[in-house]
Design a protein around this ligand. Structure first.
Ligand code: SAH
Ligand code: DHB
Ligand code: MG
Length: 222
């Protein structure tokens, strides 16, 4: 089993199940032209995010980590006409690319890009009194523990919290890993081990983005 095969199967699935789309294709092209790292979710993963948002009838979404706005567009499109999405980005260059991509997708009224360190913008969002039906955590992995705690503060029973990149080619199960990203995910895992406020699971994935995975947590109401 190889990356080549995972990519071929992802291409096959996307060709059959995820129709290509001008705004999403343009967002990928513009991100590439601006030399952003191509670490956005794969098309079939973007569609999974949208399906999850639609299946809970999400009206408000928070994303931590915008990049060129590719996952942002997938998520925003899952919202009803009066829905809102706030996305947090530290890098002004990324935010500028995302802003253009979002405008081209016709979603500027729906999506609010907040520039800054997420750990600084999150308290402000809390002060503004927002509550989110879905939170997608996909920024610097070292701060995942803190982002998840913020997500718990900013959600309600029935909300979903999704955390990307929790497997990192399998490195997450290596207790001797010295990688900051891996250690960030390991610290997050330890922090949610006895977290009673969520029903939570984790899945490994392979595909065009390699071998990785995600956590999905449902905020409990009982
Ligand atoms: N969600 C995007 C990919 C995000 S990549 C998609 O799938 O399309 C991670 C992004 O998080 C990068 O753009 C990076 O600049 C941003 N980031 C990293 N550290 C951050 C921080 N402390 N606060 C906010 N954003 C951060
Ligand atoms: C990286 C970050 C991501 O959000 C992702 O989906 C894949 C890789 C990274 O920083 O390497
Ligand atoms: Mg990611």
């Amino acid at each position: 089993m190889s990356q080549e095969l995972w990519t071929a199967v992802d291409d096959y699935l996307v060709e059959n199940l995820v129709p290509s789309d001008d705004a999403l294709d343009a967002a990928l092209r513009a991100s590439d032209e601006a030399k952003l790292r191509a670490i956005q979710v794969a098309p079939n993963q973007g569609k999974l995010l949208a399906i999850l948002a639609q299946s809970i009838g999400a009206r408000s979404i928070l994303e931590i980590g915008t990049l060129g706005g590719y996952s942002t567009i997938w998520l925003a499109r899952a919202l009803p006409p009066d829905g809102k999405l706030i996305t947090l980005e530290i890098d002004p260059k990324h935010a500028a690319v995302a802003e253009k991509n979002i405008a081209y997708a016709g979603l500027s009224e729906v999506i609010d890009i907040r520039l800054g360190r997420a750990l600084e913008t999150l308290p402000k969002i809390a002060e503004e009194g927002h509550t989110f039906d879905l939170v997608f955590i996909d920024a610097d992995k070292a701060s995942t523990t803190e982002y998840f705690q913020w997500a718990l503060k900013l959600t309600r029973p029935g909300s979903l919290i999704i955390v990307d990149n929790i497997v990192r080619s399998g490195a997450v199960s290596d207790p001797n890993s010295t990688d900051d990203n891996v250690q960030g995910i390991q610290r997050f895992m330890a922090s949610v081990k006895d977290e009673m406020r969520v029903s939570i699971t984790g899945l490994q994935t392979v595909g065009s983005k390699g071998y990785d995975g995600f956590v999905i947590a449902l905020v409990r109401g009982d």
